[in-house]
Each structure stands twice: as C-alpha cells, then as structure tokens.
Ligand binder design. Structure first.
Ligand SMILES: Nc1ncnc2c1ncn2[C@@H]1O[C@H](COP(=O)(O)OP(=O)(O)O)[C@@H](O)[C@H]1O
Ligand SMILES: Cc1ncc(COP(=O)(O)O)c(N)n1
Length: 274
C-alpha cells in the first residue's frame, strides 16, 4: 500500500482546535500520514492564549532533519513559526531537502488577539520562506501586513495577491474569512496568471478557532495526494465548510471546528452514516 505523507511545522495548541493538533486531525481525516515538527508550545484554549513557549531553532531543525532523513514527506506546511531564527532554520531545511510542495500559512495573530509571530520575523518570512512556497494562504490582515496594502475591495485583494506572487509565492490564496460584512466567504487564488475564487456561504458562528490551520492542512493533504493546487483548494474549501457548519460547541470562547464532518457527510451520502 502506498501511503502519502505530510509534515506540519507549527505550534502546539493545547486546546486542540488550531496548530499542529488541527493539522494532524485534518491529515488523518484526509487519509494522509501526518508528521510534525514543533516550533512552540502554547498554553491555549477557546478563551485565548495564556502562554507562548518557543522551541530553540536547533530543536526545530533537528525535528525536521529526523523526518527529512527517513520519512520524506510528499507535502509540507508551516503554521506558527514565532521568530526570525526559527523561520531561517525552517527555510534552510526546506532547501536542504529540496521540498517543493510547500504550503505557508503565515500565522501572525490568534483569534483572541495574541501574537504568534514576532514583528521582526516578518522580514525573514518575506526574504527566506515565501520564495520557497508553492502556496501561501494569508487571511486579510496577514496579507495587509505582508504587502502594506490596505484591503477593502476585490481589487485590493488582487493587488496584494500580485505583490505576494512577486515575493516568490507561486500560488497565493487570500482567504475571505475576515470579510465579515459579506454573506459569502470567498477565497481568491492567484497563480501568477489567472485569478479564481472559491466561495461558500458564510456561517454565523463564533466557533472559527483553527479555521486557517485546518484549511491549509487540507490543501497540504491534497498536494501530498498529487492533486493540483486548484483541486486541493477546492477540496479544502469543502472540508473547512463542513467543519465550520458542524462545529462542536465546546469551550466558552472561540470554539474549534469539527474535523470529522467532511467524512461523516461523505459516508452519509454513500449510505452508511453513523
Ligand atoms: N464564518 C465562516 N463561514 C464560512 N467560511 C469561513 C468562515 N470563516 C472562515 N471561513 C473560511 O475558512 C477558511 C479560513 O479562513 P480565515 O478564517 O480567513 O483564516 P484564519 O483562520 O487564518 O484567519 C477560508 O476558506 C475561509 O473562507
Ligand atoms: C499554535 C497555534 N497556531 C495557529 C493558531 C491560529 O489559529 P487560526 O487558524 O484560528 O488562525 C493558533 N491559534 N495557535
């Protein structure tokens, strides 16, 4: 049996809704073998982030090398990277192993407002990591920080996507989760030539903790399976929509999404629902 493998390089969310926990749950649901290199431990729940404890850059490199020397991922994603030194180490390891299916979720701020990336790390992300990406998946505030463009319209999103492509990302997806005034959640994809949009109806819920992690992990799983970028994004959009629609209602703040929902829906459609 051939097993496709995906690696997440990200932070731990003790609350289980975001970070490597969300990534590994998503890989598992999409039938891909998940591996992880931890960049930081966060003490976190649905109410917010109570503590951030970064790993050393050496510890991050060592984890990636253990995977690179043996298990060889078919696709890789990055999430919370926290510091410039960690970004530089991760970039060096990606170059060392020649990984091409690289998805960067440029995580900056948790839903509750806590910083997950130091300000001085933004330059390192632009200089070292973005040029290595096949796909980058900023939300609107992240795209604004990375491009210095204030995003208010579709035209602004397009300009920001072009600028990120210019920084070296082969495909740019500017996610629409933060476009709260709109009743459609539309994600804009730019492949350097064409724009396309992936749309779903906006769900009115506070339980969107980990949506960005889950979505980028689902894209990564698709790439590990050999899907094209648009195919992987299309399936990831369906995965995250099902996960938000069927949120679990746990915790008293921004609750997690439901990583089982996509498969449950598929099984029900096939007539063996649980
Ligand atoms: N309320 C919502 N209803 C439907 N889709 C949403 C909603 N919020 C976010 N999404 C989708 O979830 C994915 C993650 O987007 P977003 O929440 O913007 O990322 P992040 O978690 O990085 O802020 C995108 O596909 C976005 O369109
Ligand atoms: C460890 C960790 N990584 C990432 C996020 C961002 O979460 P979201 O996907 O909701 O933006 C988080 N809250 N914690």
């Amino acid at each position: 049996m051939k097993v496709n493998k995906a690696l997440t390089i990200a932070g731990s969310d003790s609350g289980g809704g975001a970070g490597i926990q969300a990534d590994l749950k998503t890989f598992q649901e999409l039938g891909v073998f998940g591996m992880s290199a931890l960049t930081a431990v966060t003490a976190q729940n649905t109410k917010g982030v109570q503590g951030v404890y970064p790993m050393t850059a050496e510890a991050v490199s060592a984890q990636i090398q253990s995977i690179g020397e043996d298990l060889r991922p078919d696709a890789v994603k990055t999430g919370m990277l926290f510091s410039a030194v960690i970004i530089e180490s991760v970039s060096n390891e990606i170059v060392r192993y020649g990984w091409k299916n690289v998805v960067i979720d440029p995580v900056m701020i948790a839903k509750g407002g806590a910083s997950l990336l130091q300000n001085e790390a933004i330059l390192a992300m632009k200089k070292h990591l973005i040029p290595l990406s096949l796909v980058i998946t900023p939300n609107i505030p992240e795209a604004e920080v990375l491009t210095d463009i204030r995003i208010r319209s579709l035209e602004d999103k397009r300009e920001a996507a072009k600028k990120l492509h210019h920084l070296g990302a082969k495909n740019v997806i500017i996610k629409g989760g933060h476009d709260e005034a709109k009743d459609i959640a539309a994600d804009l994809l730019f492949d350097g030539e064409r724009f396309s949009e992936f749309k779903s109806s906006r769900i009115q819920t506070a339980n969107t903790h980990g949506t960005g992690c889950t979505y980028s992990a689902a894209i990564t799983a698709g790439l590990a399976d050999g899907l094209t970028v648009p195919e992987a994004v299309d399936r990831a959009k369906k995965f995250i929509q099902a996960a938000i629609e069927n949120d679990l209602g746990i915790g008293s703040g921004h609750g997690p999404t439901n990583h089982w929902a996509f498969n449950k829906r598929k099984k029900e459609a096939e007539g063996y629902g649980c």
